[in-house]
Design a protein around this ligand. Structure first.
Ligand code: NAD
Ligand code: ZN
Length: 279
């Protein structure tokens, strides 16, 4: 797909000062960003995200990525766009399941950075699910600001950018196990955040109240919180993941709003967390 787009740019023909506009959801943003970053050693890029998930997350931060059958985002670059133009009016046509999928990343920001987002998502759930532009404009701007701040401080993921992967260690493995079909990114991340909550509770890092906050917030917007996950399939995905040389690592909370990255967890704790996930 990417190569076909490079050929298309050559046919146009595109020049170094042309701007590629990525207009679409996160998949289009990642693909257009990758093609823009690799054609003629890099074309300018403007992100115009049209899904909630892309507006709060994927379009910001300059990561581009393409999945291979062997693993997610195995091909990719860092390539910052000139800018990100998010019009929440575009979300009115977004299917409601996609809106809900984007809410998982929004809840992620609440859990790792600003707990008021969790209160607002639950209190304004009905307006959000009706794609109310006023409510979404406020929440999208707050989430985008968190992502932009984290990425500005750590573009290449040497430190705090890893916090944005909260819920993604298990989430990406679920996507891998499902062959990237039948499971939306946000749904997988919701389950991944639940797994991270149970793991953190197993390790005595957070209390049951914090676990409950994960569950009630995700459930309030219709995200999944329960699943029977097979550890062998998750481990197969982790073995292939470029991030996990020397063993799988998790982002876990110390408390709500206080994440810590790079945490190794024993197989027994993972098994116990997965047992709770299935209950
Ligand atoms: N680069 C990053 O930093 C980053 C971060 C998070 C996620 N991602 C990637 O983003 C992808 C998920 O993004 P997504 O959730 O936007 O999925 P998506 O791009 O597949 O879009 C979801 C669906 O909504 C449709 N759609 C998009 N905008 C619409 C609109 N305004 N009206 C009607 N339909 C619309 C799309 O055609 C698609 O069918 C994943 O592949 C994930 O890996 C990348
Ligand atoms: Zn994500």
């Amino acid at each position: 797909m990417a190569a076909a787009l490079h050929v298309r740019l050559a046919e146009v023909p595109a020049h170094r000062d042309d701007v590629v506009i990525a207009f679409g959801g996160g998949v289009i943003g990642d693909l257009a960003g990758f093609v823009a970053s690799t054609y003629a050693r890099g074309l300018k890029l403007l992100q115009v995200p049209t899904s909630l998930l892309a507006q709060v997350d994927a379009a910001i931060g300059g990561k581009t990525g393409i999945d291979l059958p062997q693993g997610k985002n195995l091909v990719g670059t860092f390539w910052q766009p000139l800018g990100v133009v998010s019009d929440v009016g575009l979300l009115e046509t977004l299917p409601s399941e996609e809106l809900v999928s984007g809410l998982a990343e929004m809840i992620k920001y609440g859990l790792i950075s600003d707990p008021r987002i969790l209160e607002d998502v639950v209190a304004k759930r009905d307006e959000i699910l009706r794609a109310s532009p006023a409510v979404l404009a406020d929440l999208v701007a707050r989430c985008a600001a968190i992502k932009a701040e984290v990425v500005s401080a750590d573009e290449r993921e040497g430190g705090q950018r890893a916090f944005l992967n909260y819920g993604h260690t298990v989430g990406h493995a679920i996507e891998h196990a499902s062959g990237y079909e039948g499971c939306r990114h946000g749904e997988a991340v919701a389950l991944g955040m639940m797994a991270a909550a149970y793991l953190a509770a197993e390790l005595g890092r957070i209390d049951e109240e914090a676990v409950r906050l994960h569950r009630t917030t995700l459930e309030a917007v219709g995200l999944p919180v329960r699943a029977a996950l097979d550890l062998d399939s998750l481990e197969e995905a982790w073995d292939r993941d470029k991030k996990f040389r020397g063993g799988v690592r998790f982002v876990l909370l110390q408390s709500i709003g206080q994440p810590e990255a790079g945490i190794k967890v024993g197989r027994r704790e993972i098994e116990r967390a997965l047992t709770r996930m299935a209950e």
